[in-house]
Design a protein around this ligand. Structure first.
Ligand code: KET
Length: 473
């Protein structure tokens, strides 16, 4: 009742201000009233002020009109579209037959159709046949998944696993696992800064911001060489306050497609150790960099072998094509099983009020595929097939660019990049031209997902890139 009165009062104030009382004539509860009321809400006028100064008899019609037409949320502004997932929304809205979605990193077949791995279908069939339950999982997730995912990351015979020095908690894919890791940092390492590469996957900043974790950037990409700014990276990691957290892409760096060499990883580990920093790996593309699941985990394994403590977020969106299942994990590799157990207990404590416990379906798929030697072999072959198709279109795009380009620019950087993406070097205006004129949807930082490209479209894409690069500033 009190709130009804104050809403009606708010209307009357508005009309008083306009010299036009409206109660009793609500059939025409004027536009101006609503405008005035909105203004009042936006200005954040206090309820007490309103009801003190103006006494009115609220009528039910007025109250109804206010409740329907004026929201408590008038001050909520429209959020900008997500720089990556928003591209898919814009793509859907385009009716041109030429359109090409190279925005999100999602694997497509040569026919540009979404792909469900055969090995996933097989695992799902087995699951259906065995009639598994749908009850809650424990907070930390499916035990068989957590075992399989740690083994896939470190290698099944890694001593860290035998020693129980790894805490693994199933997460809501890569993003949710990073978010849980960030929540842990916020609580147990408050104020410690996370250093992220410049550039990085855009959502890293959002995750850290929303978790209340401070961050800054380290140099990573050198536009003049279109390669790694290794000395800049090392210098920035050296200059960070001792005990900072260094976020690293385990393989297939997004968006640049440029990874450190094994030797460079060694130097990065040296500096991190010297400075007592904590490495935090984001492993979202294991298998997609080289086609080999083991090779792509070598950066993390190298750090672990040196005895460093570290965090690793994993995702099965890309390598098992389980985008919508939201399956991944957060792992903490630490100095003793005792610390691992305590960290795990705290990760569970953080997860419980966030989402209670994770979904089971994707976890079972991963556990079945990784845990069954014949399905695992099959996965490895399919993984190589996917990575191979991307390498094929990478080569074909390079060939097409080199043959179309009359100015003879060296496009070979495209061949040096690895993983799902190519970082083309196109600026925002040029990327806009790709979309507006050529219906090629991509992120505005010049990244294209080669996983969404077919051999048949390489020439068209090369024409679009050449036009945008040379004709748009
Ligand atoms: N880390 C990195 C580096 C990454 O590129 C992604 C996804 C993720 C984590 C998280 O993926 P998840 O589906 O939560 O496991 N990147 C692609 C999709 C996205 O932006 O969400 C992309 O860059 O297109």
């Amino acid at each position: 009742m009190a709130s009804m009165a104050s809403r009606a009062a708010a209307v009357t104030i508005t009309n008083a201000a306009l010299d036009k009382p409206s109660h009793g004539s609500s059939g025409n509860l004027s536009q101006r009233s609503f405008v005035g009321l909105r203004a009042g809400l936006v200005l954040g006028q206090k309820k007490e002020n309103l009801s003190l100064s103006f006494k009115v008899e609220p009528t039910s019609r007025i109250s109804m009109a206010v409740a329907v037409d004026v929201s408590k949320f008038e001050s909520v502004t429209m959020a900008p579209p997500d720089p990556i997932l928003g591209v898919s929304e814009a793509f859907k809205a385009d009716s041109s037959p030429l359109k090409l979605n190279l925005g999100v990193g999602a694997y497509r077949t040569e026919e540009l159709q979404p792909y469900v791995l055969d090995v996933v279908k097989k695992a799902e069939k087995l699951m259906l046949e065995s009639g598994e339950f749908k009850e809650y999982l424990p907070i930390e997730g499916l035990a068989a998944f957590n075992k399989a995912t740690a083994e896939l990351l470190l290698g099944a015979d890694n001593p860290v696993i035998k020693q129980g020095r790894i805490a693994t908690v199933q997460g809501l894919s890569g993003t949710g696992s990073l978010r849980l890791g960030a929540a842990f940092i916020q609580r147990y390492l408050p104020g410690v800064k996370v250093l992220i590469s410049s550039p990085t996957w855009g959502n890293h900043k959002n995750i850290l911001n929303d978790s209340g974790v401070p961050w800054s950037e380290y140099r990573y990409f050198d536009p003049t060489t279109v390669g790694l700014d290794f000395s800049g990276m090392i210098e920035d990691i050296k200059n960070a306050t001792d005990g900072s957290i260094i976020l690293l892409h385990g393989c297939a760096h997004n968006p640049t497609g440029i990874d450190p060499t094994a030797e460079q990883w060694g130097t990065i580990a040296d500096v991190i150790e010297e400075k007592s920093h904590l490495p935090f790996f984001d492993v979202a593309y294991q298998g997609f960099a080289s086609g080999s699941l083991d090779n792509d985990a070598s950066s993390v394994r190298q750090f672990v072998a040196r005895g460093l403590e570290l965090f690793v977020a994993q995702s099965y969106s890309k390598n098992l094509g389980l985008y919508a299942e939201r399956i991944g994990a957060i792992n903490a590799v630490v100095s003793s099983s005792d610390v691992a157990n305590r960290i795990k207990s705290q990760l569970k404590r953080l997860a419980r009020p966030m989402y209670s416990n994770p979904p089971v379906h994707g976890a079972r798929i991963v556990a079945n595929v990784v845990g069954d030697p014949s399905l695992f072999d099959e996965w490895r072959s399919e993984m190589q097939l996917m990575a191979g198709r991307i390498k094929g279109v990478r080569q074909s795009l390079y060939d097409a660019l080199s043959s179309v380009d009359e100015n003879g620019k060296d496009w070979s950087f495209i061949l040096k990049q690895i993983g799902m993406f190519s970082f083309t070097g196109l600026n925002k205006n040029q990327s806009d031209n790709m979309t507006d004129k050529w219906h090629v949807y991509m992120t505005k930082d010049g990244r294209i997902s080669l996983a969404g490209l077919s051999l048949a479209k390489c020439e068209y894409l090369a024409d679009a890139i050449i036009d945008s690069y040379y004709n748009v500033k």
